[in-house]
Write a protein that binds this ligand. Structure first.
Ligand code: QAP
Ligand code: CO
Length: 184
């Protein structure tokens, strides 16, 4: 029995799992505009690993560095069913390819428990750097396109609740503030 516990301890230590604290609306730090990454180094790669672990643990499908109070232009995402397709976007840049939009029910780890429909461009072109600093391009559509736009909004200090009516946004703000007061 002791060997089993010790083996687990070693494994935990080996894995160096670190879950990051996720900021919640209306925390003003979520309004920070993130700066471009100048050097894709080991520091950035460790942050990416910790962001992926934090996202999988939540569980979520996307997380921007802004949400863990790191104001650099880094996004992690995994749209697979079984957490098997982690994707990383550093310094992402997008443009819409046409006028088509797709209404999608969105959620956010920084707005826990609330889901609302947002309309966004359906087809985009995306340029970014991968975790080795190599540039790549994609033309995602559907959920992938929606999710990357939601996450880039975070890097610009914007949240999905900003697309809702002031009435709805305020109701969400008050409910979350009440829950946050209960936590402290
Ligand atoms: C962004 O969001 C997204 O409220 C990623 O209690 C979501 O991973 C873009 C989550 C949907 C487009 C469509 C939310 C987890 C996860 C919650 C997420 C919650 C627990 C949100
Ligand atoms: Co979000």
């Amino acid at each position: 029995m002791l060997t089993v516990v010790y083996a687990r301890l070693l494994e935990t230590r080996h894995k160096q799992m670190s879950l990051l604290n996720i900021l919640e609306f209306p925390d003003p730090r979520l309004r920070t505009v993130a700066k471009p990454v100048t050097d894709v180094d080991d520091r950035v790669r460790i942050l990416i690993k910790n962001m992926l672990e934090t996202m999988y643990n939540a569980p979520g499908i996307g997380l921007a560095a802004t949400q863990v109070n790191v104001h650099q232009r880094i996004i992690v995402m995994d749209l697979s069913e079984d957490a098997s397709k982690p994707q990383v976007f550093i310094n992402p840049e997008i443009e819409s390819l046409d006028d088509a939009t797709c209404p999608t029910q969105e959620g956010c780890l920084s707005v826990p428990g609330f889901y609302e429909t947002v309309d966004r461009p359906e087809h985009i072109r995306l340029k970014a750097l991968d975790e080795d600093g190599n540039p790549f391009e994609m033309e995602p559509n559907g959920l992938m396109a929606v999710c990357i736009q939601h996450e880039i909004d975070h890097l610009n200090g914007k949240l999905f609740v900003d697309y809702l009516s002031a009435f709805k946004r305020d109701r969400i703000k008050k409910k979350l503030e009440k829950l946050q007061r209960q936590k402290d």
